[in-house]
Design a protein around this ligand. Structure first.
Ligand SMILES: Cc1ncc(COP(=O)(O)O)c(C=O)c1O
Length: 461
C-alpha cells in the first residue's frame, strides 16, 4: 500500500494510543480532516458517520457554532487564569453551579481537572484524604470491577480491569481490587435469572468486603454501563443491591459518569437510569462535548468538611493542576450544558433511543451476533463463532476488528473492543433517519465479515 506524505511523517513521529505499534508501521493512519454534524471526513475526502462520537464523547456533533463562539469569546477576553491560592473566574463558578444543580446526588462542591483519568485519580486521592481526616488510616482499599475502564494514570489504570492496561506496566498498585461485573451474557450461569445473578454479585461483594475487613475498604467505583469493557448493561436490580452492601460497610460509592453522563442513557446521568445513588460522580467527555479537555468530580458535604479539616491541619489543600477549571474549557462546558437544556437533549435521546435499541435487537438475529445490547444511545454486538454455545472466535483471528474495518469501508466509524464486541455510541444529536443509516451500514459490514469468516473457514479454526 502506498502511504501518503502525511502518513509517513506520522509513522516517524507519533506514538498512537491503543494501537499495535508494529502493525501500524505497515498500515499507517487514517488522517481526519473535518467534521460536520454526525459526520467526519478524512484527507481522501471519504465521509464517515462518527458512530462512536469520537471516543464516546462528541455528544453535540461536529462544527457546533455555539461552542466555537463560546470558546472564541473566552479566548479573546481571558484565555487563561487559574484557581490556585484563592483566584477564580466567572466561568468556573458558573460551571460548578450548573453541575451541582444537575448532579445525581447531594453535591456540595465541584473539583475540576482535565480528563476522565484525572477525575478518577482525584477520586482516589480524596477518598484516602477523607479517611485520614476521619482518623481511619486503614480504610483505604478501593474496589473496582473486572472489565472496568476508569483511565490510564498509574492509579486509574489500576482501577481499570482490562489486562492490556496493566500488563508490563507493573500495575495494579496495591490497595486496589477487582470484583465480578454484571455481564449477564457471559457471567450468568445457564438458566440463572437477572434477579438471581445480581443477588449473587451483591453477595460476592459483601463476602469480599467481609474477607478484606470492612475497616480496610474505603470505596467502590463503577461505571453505570461499562463502556470500553464491552458495553455491559447491568440488570435493573444490580445497583440497588450493591448500594445496600456498600451502605452496610460504610463504603463510599463513586459513579464514573465519564461516558454515561449528560444524557447518554436517556437520563441526565446513568446513575439515575440504574438507580445507583452514588456519593460522588466523575465526569468528562460530554461535559464539553469533547471540544476541549475538561473533567470534574463532585463532593458531598461530608467529604468537603473532611477537606476543610485537612486544610486546618496541613495548612493547604495540596492538589491542583495548572489547567484546573481552565477558563476556555469551562466556557465551552457552560455552553454545552446550556445547549443540553435548551435543546432538551435528554428528551431527544428518549425519543430516538427506541429506534436505536430496536435496530440492535434486530442485529441479534445476524448469524455472527451472539448478543446485541443497547440502552439509550449506546450499544454493542458481540460476535461469536457459535450462537448456541456462545463460543468465541480465537482472538488472534481479529473478527471484531475485521468487522470494524468493513464498517469503515461502508463509511461508519465504530469501535471493536476486546472479545469481538463492536460498539456504537453516536453523537446525541443523531436523527432517526441517520440511526437507520448507521445500522444499514453496520449490517453490510456484518454480512461482509460473515462472508469472510465462511470463506476462510474460521468457525472451525
Ligand atoms: C468510564 C470512563 N472513565 C474514565 C475514562 C478516562 O477518560 P480520559 O480518556 O479522558 O482520561 C474513560 C475513557 O474512555 C471512560 O470511558
Amino acid at each position: 500500500m502506498d502511504l501518503t506524505n502525511a502518513q509517513m511523517r506520522d509513522i516517524e513521529t507519533l506514538i498512537h494510543p491503543y494501537t499495535n505499534l508494529d502493525v501500524f508501521r505497515q498500515t499507517g493512519p487514517v488522517v481526519m480532516e473535518r467534521g460536520e454534524g454526525i459526520h467526519v471526513w478524512d484527507t481522501n475526502g471519504k465521509q464517515y458517520i462518527e458512530g462512536l462520537a469520537g471516543l464516546w464523547c462528541t455528544s453535540l456533533g461536529y462544527n457546533e457554532r455555539e461552542l466555537i463562539d463560546a470558546a472564541m469569546e473566552q479566548f479573546s477576553t481571558l484565555p487563561y487564569t487559574h484557581t490556585f491560592a484563592g483566584k477564580s473566574h466567572e466561568r468556573a463558578i458558573e460551571l460548578a453551579e450548573m453541575i451541582k444543580e444537575i448532579a445525581p446526588h447531594d453535591a456540595s462542591k465541584v473539583l475540576f481537572c482535565g480528563s476522565g483519568s484525572e477525575a478518577n485519580d482525584q477520586q482516589i486521592k480524596l477518598v484516602w484524604y477523607y479517611n485520614n481526616a476521619r482518623g481511619r488510616p486503614d480504610k483505604k482499599k478501593i474496589i473496582s470491577r473486572k472489565r472496568a475502564y476508569h483511565g490510564v494514570t498509574v492509579a486509574t489504570a489500576s482501577l481499570t480491569g482490562l489486562p492490556a492496561n496493566q500488563m508490563d506496566f507493573d500495575l495494579p498498585i496495591d490497595r486496589i481490587h477487582h470484583v465480578n461485573c454484571p455481564f449477564a451474557y457471559r457471567e450468568a450461569e445457564p438458566g440463572e435469572t437477572d434477579d438471581a445473578f445480581t443477588d449473587r454479585l451483591a453477595t460476592e461483594l459483601d463476602a469480599f468486603i467481609e474477607a478484606q475487613g470492612p475497616g480496610t475498604v474505603a470505596a467502590f467505583i463503577a461505571e453505570p454501563i461499562q463502556g470500553a469493557g464491552g458495553v455491559l448493561i447491568p440488570a435493573e436490580g444490580y445497583f440497588p443491591k450493591i448500594k445496600k452492601v456498600l451502605d452496610r460497610h460504610d463504603v463510599y460509592f463513586i459513579a464514573d459518569e465519564v461516558i454515561c453522563g449528560f444524557g447518554r442513557t436517556g437520563n441526565m446521568f446513568g446513575s439515575e437510569t440504574f438507580d445507583m445513588q452514588p456519593d460522588s460522580i466523575s465526569v468528562a467527555k460530554a461535559l464539553s462535548s469533547a471540544y476541549l479537555p475538561i473533567g470534574a468530580v463532585t463532593v458531598g458535604e461530608d467529604m468537603y468538611q473532611a477537606m476543610l479539616d485537612e486544610s486546618r491541619k496541613i495548612g493547604v489543600f495540596g492538589h491542583g493542576y495548572t489547567y484546573t477549571a481552565h477558563p476556555v474549557c469551562a466556557a465551552v462546558a457552560v455552553k454545552t450544558l446550556e445547549i443540553y437544556k435548551k435543546r432538551d437533549i435528554v428528551g431527544h435521546v428518549r425519543r430516538i433511543a427506541p429506534v436505536f435499541e430496536e435496530r440492535f435487537t434486530r442485529l441479534g438475529e445476524h448469524p455472527l451476533v451472539g448478543n446485541a445490547r443497547a440502552k439509550g444511545l449506546i450499544g454493542a454486538v458481540e460476535l461469536v463463532a457459535d450462537k448456541a454455545t456462545k463460543r468465541s472466535f480465537d482472538p488472534a483471528l481479529k473478527v471484531g476488528a475485521t468487522c470494524q474495518a468493513r464498517a469503515e469501508d461502508e463509511g461508519l466509524l465504530s469501535r471493536a473492543l476486546g472479545g469481538d464486541i463492536v460498539a456504537l455510541c453516536p453523537p446525541l444529536i443523531i436523527q432517526e433517519d441517520e440511526v437507520h443509516e448507521v445500522f444499514d451500514r453496520l449490517e453490510r459490514a456484518l454480512d461482509a465479515t460473515e462472508h469472510w469468516v465462511n470463506k476462510e473457514g474460521l468457525r472451525s479454526a
